[in-house]
Design a protein around this ligand. Sequence first.
Ligand SMILES: O=C(O)[C@H](O)[C@@H](O)[C@H](O)[C@H](O)COP(=O)(O)O
Length: 251
Amino acid sequence: MGTQQILVADNWTTTAAQTIVRLLTDAIAARGVCSLALAGGSTPREVYRLLATPTWRDRLDWSRVHVFWGDERTVPPDHPDSNYRMAHEALLAHVPIPPENIHRMAGEQPPDVAAAAYAEELRAHFGLPFGAWPRFDLILLGMGDDGHTASLFPHTDALCDWEHLTHALFVPKLNTWRLTLTVPTINHARHVLFLVRGAPKAATVARVLEGVFAPKTFPAMLIHPRDGTLTWLLDRDAAHQLTHTQPEYVE
Ligand SMILES: O=C(O)[C@H](O)[C@@H](O)[C@H](O)[C@H](O)COP(=O)(O)O
């Protein structure tokens, strides 16, 4: 069974970067290469920008890093809403990562086509026999104030997909389609790191970490790596409604 830790960091962005570099460095030392799935949205942008600065950029051998996405919007890669575009602008354009190491979800394709193609790309990269699951070294996740993570949105069919590596889903509240890794794909990772900050997320953080199990309403509750670590990295604002959980406070 996996392990869970809750960290509350005063220097949240630096702690996030340190954690990512440590986990990827360990993976490279162990297997010569690592696989990182990026989160989208706005929260991780500052972490990506820090990782792209010269002092941080040189802490990783980017030739040994393969970058994937946990989810993507159904837009072209140059669209302002694209998670690929955000990561490219904040990080990937500034580090010496070979283009072939960047595994983009094709948001511009029809959703089902893009999801199936990404599943094939995962099978090829990880060399998966049929029925096997990819084992990412690190998956970064954000969380919406509705408890969604990646594009696993409340009360959608994506939450019940225990068969596929990826899923294309229509999200009624957004009136749009999304692409996402499925719960089992995420839960087969070696490490999952939730990056959540800010007071607006505090009530949902407390509900997900301390409330009654209600995964259809709070899909982040579904994330528990079977044989890996789950780390919630919070700032004090996002953690301030926790009542009986004992987080570890770090600088
Ligand atoms: O594509 C996305 O939007 C993300 O993958 C999504 O799961 C995000 O992490 C949450 O919505 C939080 O978004 P913020 O960081 O912008 O609050």
